[in-house]
Ligand binder design. Structure first.
Ligand SMILES: NC(=O)c1ccc[n+]([C@@H]2O[C@H](COP(=O)([O-])OP(=O)(O)OC[C@H]3O[C@@H](n4cnc5c(N)ncnc54)[C@H](O)[C@@H]3O)[C@@H](O)[C@H]2O)c1
Length: 406
């Protein structure tokens, strides 16, 4: 039996996927509200294909509870934020979960940490924590790290097809966990040691962070000289060994703007490019705010409340708004003016911020300048509704003549 601990964006689809592939699974979360919701047959977030997977997993017998279970394998997928002061990974959620696991785990159980952690964290924090409680790792409890790579918006497909990494002290234990993931994953699964697995995950996100920052820096550079960044990227990418990403209004969510900091926190003198990249990406929402001011001046829009931000989530077609560029931009604006900008996102049902709309037509009726912060399908499909608006398109998706770019 597998007990998945933490039923958030990663734990829930993982638990459902295993239960849909013939594995006995119990999902545990300490949020009573989330567990009640799942028990009542509703998923706790929106994701393409999640509801169908949920139905299959329920038919396969998955159970949800706030209690930890006696199980052969535990999959820990709780949050791993960074400590804003030290910039190091905050392992407290992982250790609290592992501590609870130890109260119920039978001898020889395998604890798989899926949460993203910095290289060496399991040895520095989890192993001593387990051993201080009287358990011998490698005998009473086996530790494994199986970082997750899926992207929100395409999670189900990526769970099924992405290659994976399993890090274990003991090759035989690693192979056993490989078999478990192979029950649903058609991708290649590499078995390695724990620290290598930890390092690969944060390096992957650091790679994305650096490449996004490069595109963002290019956008600023081209804007400074009045050049078209998209045309420049298009031509550069015709080079056989160049593949520049598109710039954007910033980076949000709990991976790319967070995980690279773990490396900077642990290796401050060896991570200059990564640190600079994190800062370039973090500067983008304020840069967009500057573009809004320039465009308002150019187009004679005097009232900031006639400016509307389209999109609140951190990426398109998901409902996760954690640390989104729009929230970062609003925070920066609030410090100067109090929030006057209007905001709309079709994926966010609850009221998150001031001046938030829940209907596209109503939102568009109240603004003159629309800033496309997120490229949800909805705005792509309704581009004609922006015909009489001034548009600042932060993703280069708008075909209307005269649209501004970052
Ligand atoms: N979200 C992503 O796209 C993504 C992608 C790859 C990796 N990751 C990593 O996966 C991990 C989980 O991320 P997430 O986005 O799913 O987080 P999340 O905040 O959505 O979910 C975490 C869940 O764990 C629960 N929880 C916390 N402590 C608990 C405890 N002691 N016992 C039981 N439940 C507990 C919370 O209530 C919450 O439901 C993080 O390390 C993250 O960096 C996330």
């Amino acid at each position: 039996m597998v007990n998945v601990i933490g039923l958030g964006y990663i734990g829930l689809p993982t638990a459902l996927m295993m239960a849909s592939h013939g594995i006995e699974v119990v999902g545990t979360d300490h949020s009573r509200g989330k567990v009640e919701m799942l028990k009542s047959g509703r998923t706790s977030f929106k994701e393409k294909g999640l509801d169908e997977l949920f139905r299959t997993a329920r038919a396969g017998g998955i159970r949800f509870t706030t209690e930890y279970q006696a199980a052969d394998v535990y999959i820990v997928s709780v949050q791993t934020p960074y400590d804003a002061f030290t910039r190091k990974v905050d392992m407290s959620y992982v250790n609290i979960a592992v501590g609870e696991v130890l109260t119920v785990a039978p001898k020889g159980a395998i604890v798989v940490v899926e949460s993203t952690v910095s290289p060496g964290s399991i040895d520095r924090y989890v192993r001593p924590y387990v051993e201080a409680r009287g358990f011998m790792t490698g005998e009473d409890i086996h530790l494994v790290h199986a970082p997750e790579r899926i992207i929100q918006g395409n999670m189900i497909c990526e769970l099924l097809h992405n290659d994976r990494t399993i890090g274990a002290d003991d090759l035989a234990i690693g192979e056993k966990i490989k078999e478990l993931y192979a029950s649903f994953c058609a991708g290649r699964i590499v078995v390695t040691d724990i620290k290598t697995a930890e390092m690969t995950k944060v390096i992957e996100n650091a790679f994305r962070c650096v490449n996004i920052a490069f595109a963002n820096e290019l956008a600023k550079l081209c804007r400074h000289d009045g050049m078209d960044v998209y045309e420049i990227i298009r031509i550069c990418n015709m080079h056989p060994r160049v593949n520049i990403l598109n710039p954007g209004p910033g980076v949000g969510g709990h991976c790319i703007p967070v995980d690279p900091w773990f490396l900077v926190g642990d290796y401050p003198s060896l991570t200059k490019v990564i640190e600079a990249s994190l800062k370039v990406n973090a500067s983008m929402p304020v840069y967009v705010l500057g573009r809004i001011t320039e465009i308002m001046e150019e187009r004679g829009i005097e009232d900031v409340s006639r400016v509307g931000l389209y999109g609140l989530t951190f990426k398109e077609n998901v409902d996760d708004y954690r640390d989104s560029p729009t929230l970062q931009l609003l925070e920066a604006q609030r410090r100067h003016l109090g929030q006057a900008l209007k905001v709309y996102d079709p994926w966010i049902e609850k009221d998150l911020v001031k001046n938030q709309y829940h209907d596209l037509d109503e939102f568009l009726g109240d603004v003159d300048l629309v800033v496309i912060m997120v490229k949800h399908d909805e705005i792509r499909e309704n581009m004609d509704k922006l015909g009489d608006k001034v548009v600042l398109d932060c993703h280069n998706i708008c075909s209307l003549p005269g649209a501004y770019h970052i």
